[in-house]
Design a protein around this ligand. Sequence first.
Ligand code: PLP
Length: 409
Amino acid sequence: MNPDPRPSRKHAPPPPGPLPYARQFIDESDIAAVIAALHADFLTQGPTVGAFEEALCRATGARHAVAVSSGSAALHLLAIALGVGPGQVGVTSPITFAATANCFLHAGGGVALADVDPRTGLMTPGHLEAALDTLEARGVPPGLVIAVSLTGRVADLEGLARVCGRRGWTLVEDAAHSLGGLGRAADGTSFRSGSCRHTRAAILSFHPVKHICTGEGGAVLTNDADLAGRIRRLRSHGIDKPSPDRLPPGEGPWFQDQVELGFNYRLTDIQAALGLSQLRRLDAFLERRRTLARRYLERLDRPGLRDIFALPPPDEGSAWHLFVVHFADAALRRRAVEFLADRGIRTQVHYIPVYRHTFYKKRFGETTLPGAEAWYRGCLSLPLFPAMRDQDLERVADALEAFVRTCRL
Ligand SMILES: Cc1ncc(COP(=O)(O)O)c(C=O)c1O
């Protein structure tokens, strides 16, 4: 394992131009792994996908991993496999990437949004209870809940699972932000995000801004062998290929049977080779993210700054996908974005609440949830990625201090 994931001159030079808010970290070992995959027999799904899936199980503690073409594909397949369809309404939170909510609609169901804690952006058991009360009062039958472990902070999956269990709903974790993150159970023990200790399944994304990347890519994680088998079949058109001892009479090794309507959501061996190589450096990536987050917390915890923006609440288990500060209001956030951009520092907003998007407004009408609005009003993701250098972070902190000085004029 490479103990220091920061860029050397030979590997992953800092990107020219503005400092991005997030970025992949590709080094020579990743490039060599992809070249080796190009020399191998399989370009599409082959043995390297299997090896990547085994490595994902080791990294998360889940018993089964099914690699697919994106995190969105993972969500879509899970929604289908867990029975979302017409007459069903699924629940997630509005502070997420739209794909989390879209999957219910792709599967033919409806979607309801539970509010979030404005300090963390997470759906809590209380918010879930309130959303389920409303749905059940409308006669909606129990269905699927997707909890998002936002910014790398693992949701209270144990508490959410208790609510779901009591009311007959099924809980899944969207762990696109939280590979390597640790959740805390009520007895003080911790569990790994994606381990499915408290959930029926979880999904990951390997988009370049995430903890490891494969270009595009994702995975479904579960401890349920039947569910994993169904997802494997759905990712490849719904086709079954029975083992030689289960062949129907008269059929040969060519035999395959499409038993349901599936998709081509396969990951390629080329992508899996990159994913496997990246996964070897996951611990180092996480360590670097945690070091940078600690340094931000030290540098930015100053009286003058605290009047202008709030820092993320402490969480030792966070996988620090994002470092989100909260400005006192939207106008201040906007000025800060422009001030930082003028100094070559890019930031981003995670997220505009799902219900504010035109598609959702047209389909479901106007909605407003107070926790989601309070989160969205002032949130700003500062640059944070493993290849970021110490001096990059100091530049961001200096620029924020300079911005705060302009606020006092
Ligand atoms: C919380 C969350 N869920 C799902 C996804 C979808 O993943 P992908 O981009 O791999 O389709 C993303 C990606 O940005 C995400 O951030």
